[in-house]
Design a protein around this ligand. Sequence first.
Ligand code: IPE
Ligand code: IPE
Ligand code: MG
Length: 224
Amino acid sequence: MNPIKHVAIIMDGNGRWGLKKKKSRNYGHKIGLNTVEKIIKATIKNNIKYLTLYAFSTENWKRPKKEINFLFSLLENFLKNKITDLNNQDIKLKIIGKKKFTKKLNNLLTFSEKKTSYNKKLQINLALNYGSKSELINSFNVLKKNKININEKNISKHLFTKNIPDPDLLIRTGNTQRLSNFLLWQLAYSEIFFERKLWPDFNEKDYNQILFKFKKVKRNFGNI
Ligand code: IPE
Ligand code: IPE
Ligand code: MG
């Protein structure tokens, strides 16, 4: 049975879900947040140490202002209401991506990271304004500027995910089979599970089924 240290998730399908319910895309985002809470709980139950959630990509800025503003107001309220609770559950929050939001949100994110920085039960990496290509370019530039050798170890050391083991598995909900600029380097040997359900419909049982399947995969890493 494969051990699981790190699960990465592309939480996709909120907009379509909202429209399917004859409501707005934003309604889908709101309900999608309930799934986030369920999956965090299930991750702890499964004793998994790292959970990386793709919440906003560098490409998502192309969306209408109304949707972008709604997403960030959801995030702001979530952190305001839940950070104490997350902290009490011994959860550490880390933002991966460039923190280039309003001053208020930047401060709240930094505050939330600091408040939870010593926690040990579960580390949640929240990918916000995250793009894998820009993350890699930044790493290469740091190495070049400091005349450091370009090798696997040094490249990894200058990514947002430094000191975090690579994801064992990636789950993408929403019936779409692509990576959308997510963790291109870190997913080199991850098992990938594409899930048909839209994110708000995804539940603990679906998650556990994927984890169970993952545990039985023969991982070769190039060997036989
Ligand atoms: C949520 O799903 C992911 C975010 C960018 C917040 P989407 O908003 O992409 O939903 P669909 O794929 O349009 O249904
Ligand atoms: C990926 O979903 C980003 C997040 C889940 C945050 P998108 O819905 O933005 O991906 P594309 O644009 O359809 O590839
Ligand atoms: Mg989408």
